[in-house]
Write a protein that binds this ligand. Structure first.
Ligand SMILES: *Cc1c(COP(=O)(O)O)cnc(C)c1O
Length: 400
């Protein structure tokens, strides 16, 4: 279930390159995988929108009944702009100034607080009046690599679970109304037992929070990047979550809803970055393919050593050769080494798969390059959802 070479070729002709393309049907299908797997569990899914915040994507997410998780107050505002209701917006904060939490409170959204300091300020200002969640650090190692692991014992994220006594002291001093306990162990987690470990940590803590209504297991589900890769097994995860809950009924007698915050699971595979080959450089050991893009458009390979599948959609029958695919930025920006591609010629179109999550969203104007356009394919129609940058955009905020 992906867009065909022919569709991608047509879009490149119509909209030019480099171009981000998203397939709405893929997002819907991924969301249905989650809701089907957890059909028997009282769950709520919040799309971690930092993966991709284009308003049209947010509107699509809202239209399929999914909620939204935000990492900044501006994402909260974008979510409102896209039509989400306050009760379907969650703000999971980290390292922010208390004024942002006050603003989120005034907008009526769910909030997860991630420091003792902000928890205390929240207590001083709002006492029991506004139900709130706590972001805990479970001291668990999980995730594809250290840069995307957030739950371990040296991570900045959340309040360490070993500081429970301090949390409880604040809860009691200010009569805080704790509605939700949150953990997020990292990204690219294939092993469902990491989530189960997270729940086990929470079970020790749940009894201390009498007004709890939900536990929030964060995001980080794995998606396939390479041929043969698998994604997090959702039916298995659902089964294990249900088992864990039936083994640990809430001692306070209250039913607890389970929340998840999937980001890349919903949008990674929905996205494509179409690029064009500028130059081919033959060297003694390597053939470099230089494309009209770089780490300014897709930073994941250089930032996380991420693997993105690449295909030459202009010469699918060409004989396979090995290439180094590189960008046009004055900085080493290698997308792939020793990568087998159908013979590449100047002018060919190379497509990067899994470009939906943390692709455009992490793009920049480094080297004074322009950001690509974005297109959404929905109900068989391709719609421009962001214009390509123009030269004037580089000057927009400069004082001349
Ligand atoms: C980034 C993030 C997520 C989503 O992570 P994915 O790997 O994209 O699923 C979920 N929750 C929080 C708090 C996050 O910061």
């Amino acid at each position: 279930m992906s867009l065909s070479h022919q569709q991608l070729n047509t879009l490149a002709t119509e909209f030019g390159t480099p171009l981000y393309v998203y397939d709405a049907a893929h997002i819907t299908a991924q969301y249905q995988k989650l809701t089907n797997a957890f059909a028997k569990t009282d769950t709520k899914f919040f799309y971690a929108c930092k993966a991709l915040t284009n308003i049209n994507i947010l509107k699509h997410i809202n239209s399929i009944g999914c909620n939204v998780d935000c990492s900044s107050i501006n994402e909260v505002k974008l979510a409102f702009f896209a039509g989400f209701e306050a009760k379907n917006i969650l703000y999971t904060s980290n390292g922010i100034h208390f004024s942002e939490i006050e603003e989120a409170q005034s907008l009526g959204v769910h909030i997860n607080i991630d420091s003792l300091s902000n928890l205390e300020k929240f207590g001083q200002k709002f006492g029991h009046s506004y139900p709130v969640g706590i972001r805990l650090r479970p001291n668990i190692m999980g995730g594809g690599n250290l840069k995307v692991s957030t739950g371990h014992d040296k991570s900045k994220f959340g309040i360490p679970v070993d500081q429970l006594d301090k949390i409880l002291a604040l809860v009691s001093q200010y009569n805080l109304h704790i509605q939700n306990l949150h953990i997020h162990t990292g990204s690219d987690i294939k092993d469902v037992d990491i989530f189960v470990k997270g729940i086990e940590v929470l079970f020790d803590i749940i009894p201390f929070f009498k007004e709890l209504e939900s536990i929030d297991l964060g995001g980080g589900f794995k998606v396939p990047y390479k041929d043969g890769d698998t994604e997090t097994d959702m039916p298995l995860l659902a089964q294990k979550v249900n088992e864990a809950f039936s083994n640990h009924p809430n001692p306070n007698g209250k039913h607890l809803q389970v929340w998840f915050e999937p980001g890349k699971f919903l949008v990674s595979g929905a996205g494509y970055l179409i690029t064009e080959v500028n130059v081919i450089k033959e060297n003694a050991t390597t053939t470099f393919v230089g494309i009209n893009s770089g780490l300014n458009h897709l930073i994941r390979p250089m930032f996380y050593d991420a693997y993105h599948k690449i295909e030459n959609i202009s010469n699918p029958a060409g004989s396979a050769k090995k290439y180094a695919v590189t960008g046009y930025i004055c900085e080493t920006d290698t997308f792939a080494w020793d990568r087998k591609l159908h013979e590449v010629r100047e002018g060919d179109l190379l497509v990067f798969y899994n470009a939906g999550a943390y692709g455009f969203e992490m793009s920049s104007n480094f080297n004074s390059r322009l950001k690509p356009a974005e297109v959404l394919v929905k109900d068989g129609k391709a719609q421009l959802i962001r214009r390509r940058d123009e030269f004037e955009d580089l000057l927009k905020n400069q004082v001349l």
